[in-house]
Design a protein around this ligand. Structure first.
Ligand SMILES: [Zn+2]
Length: 336
């Protein structure tokens, strides 16, 4: 969460190995996109978040190289495609897949989806790829300088864009209207070239089926997103023995990266890998983010380990935020 010149960050992003630096980059980038130039209403939220994800990606590229930043882009593209479909089809809210939202009479929280973040990012990336990085970078700099300490809405941004960057044929090539006012994801979304995630998927599938040995996994050469992808791909019925084998080789249960640790703990619950259970309790007592809590308590409930869940919850509950206890109380049928 960004505030002007003062970023608030959850302690769970401190991994000990700088592996969650993308989120730090994101929050700091908000000092420009969000605080220097601020979305006028929550309908224009994509101006804050799309630019910020774009900057985050550029920072990742500059720090870790294009190969890594492309892998991250690939993950967000996959996430975007899935979530867009979910919003449009399962939730039946196609209007919410437009960059320019209409939240009249609704909770601004309803607009907090992958659309402003990742559809926004890919739209800006398309602009960059259309005009070339040099021209685009000069435009972005000028845009932030010209509008410093002002609010910005979608229409004024587009007017500025058309006047200063997308002249003539370029505008047609991008099809700004489809991106900003159209439902879904336009077909000209930029291509992302990375097969690293596909390689991890193949590897975990082979490992699940006993076609490769645990020793063959290039664990230490992976960035955390690849590790996390591998762990989430582990079969829920792989069994405690094979979990133990991985753990003894790669010390996954001791990971300081909370994303990897969280995924590992969930797999531990599903596979009754009890060696992780004391770490699980420590994690749940010390961490309060709902995105971590809900799947872990749910996994315990779904695998007949509700007693353990309630036991941990009794200790952890006093430290949770009210929004978290609301969800967990329901999930665990907590009797107050
Ligand atoms: Zn943000």
């Amino acid at each position: 969460m960004e505030n002007p010149r003062l970023t608030f960050a959850t302690p769970t992003i401190i991994a000990g190995d700088r592996s969650l630096v993308a989120l730090v980059a994101h929050e700091l980038a908000h000092s420009w996109s969000g605080n220097l130039v601020t979305n006028s209403t929550w309908d224009d939220f994509w101006l804050n978040e799309g630019f910020t994800v774009y900057f985050e990606q550029r920072i990742m590229e500059s720090v870790y190289g294009r190969e890594t930043s492309e892998m991250l882009a690939k993950l967000s593209k996959q996430g975007l495609v899935e979530e867009e479909k979910d919003i449009r089809i399962n939730k039946g809210l196609p209007e919410d897949t437009k960059l320019k939202l209409n939240l009249e009479g609704r909770n601004p929280d309803d607009g907090l989806t992958a659309i402003p973040y990742d559809k926004g990012y890919f739209f800006l990336r398309l602009l960059e790829e259309t005009v070339g990085r040099e021209k685009w970078d000069a435009f972005v700099k000028e845009y932030f300088q010209t509008h410093a300490f002002q609010v910005m809405d979608t229409e004024r941004f587009l007017a500025y864009l058309n006047e200063n960057l997308l002249t003539g044929e370029l505008a047609n090539a991008v099809d700004v209207d489809a991106w900003v006012y159209g439902v879904g994801i336009p077909a000209n979304i930029p291509e992302v070239s990375s097969d690293r995630i596909a390689q991890v998927d193949q590897m975990v599938s082979d490992w699940n089926n006993d076609m490769i040995a645990s020793e063959e996994i290039p664990w230490d050469s992976w960035v955390y997103q690849e590790k996390n992808r591998f762990v989430t791909g582990i079969r829920d019925d792989i069994g405690a023995d094979r979990m133990a084998e991985l753990d003894s080789l790669y010390l996954i249960g001791q990971s300081g990266n909370n994303e990897v640790l969280f995924s590992w703990l969930e797999k531990s619950i599903r596979n009754s890998y009890r060696a992780s259970y004391s770490r699980l309790e420590t994690f749940l007592v010390n961490v309060g983010r709902r995105k971590f809590l809900t799947p872990l308590y749910r996994a315990m409930k779904e695998t007949g380990q509700t007693d353990m869940a309630l036991n941990i919850y009794t200790k952890a509950r006093p430290n949770y935020h009210a929004v978290a206890t609301q969800t967990m109380d329901d999930l665990l049928e907590w009797d107050k």
